[in-house]
Design a protein around this ligand. Structure first.
Ligand code: RP5
Length: 162
């Protein structure tokens, strides 16, 4: 059963948002993904947020670009943690998305990650870490993930010395 819900405003966000899916696959965390637009399908957005908990979701990752109101609006209708991914926009390189997502007024938090693919990857990792706070198996897989990163640095050092 999916524990992480990944939503995005458009198919054009998928290139970015798939980074969250890739890392969740690596960590064997079940997730679901859907396109839900705050301004084009607002009813679906509210339905998704209002039913997320009863479906068994524990964390929502929401990615959007431009006037990126999806993460904040989803957060307004659920007390599940919401992680917002600012998608890089063409006109303002994602600064618009970042500021739209990060500048939530006090009261309804959205945990905002960095712009673009690195942000989406970190959103996946952060969601797994939230689950890992209550689940030893996920926590163990996160430790292994960190060990693999450490090994890669070892490889870089050997490459540098060659
Ligand atoms: C937002 O508008 C989406 O999240 C996307 O980042 C942006 C552009 O959408 P498209 O015009 O590519 O569908 O709602």
């Amino acid at each position: 059963m999916a524990e992480v819900g990944i939503i995005m405003g458009s198919i054009s966000d998928w290139d970015t948002m798939q980074e969250a899916c890739i890392v969740l696959d690596e960590l064997a965390v079940d997730y679901e993904k859907e396109i839900i637009s705050a301004h084009r399908t607002p009813e679906d957005m509210f339905e998704y947020s209002e039913t997320a908990r009863q479906k068994g979701l524990k964390v929502i990752i929401a990615g959007a670009g431009g006037a990126a109101h999806l993460p904040g609006m989803v957060a307004s209708k659920t007390t599940l943690p919401v992680i917002g991914v600012p998608v890089e926009s063409k006109s303002l390189q994602g600064m618009d998305s970042l500021l739209s997502i990060v500048q939530m007024p006090g009261g309804v938090p959205v945990a905002t990650v960095s712009i673009g693919k690195a942000g989406a990857k970190n959103a996946g990792l952060l969601a797994a870490q939230m689950l890992g706070a209550f689940d030893k198996e996920t926590a163990g897989r996160l430790e292994e993930y960190r060990s693999r990163m450490k090994e890669k640095v070892g490889n870089m050092r050997r490459e540098l010395d060659e």
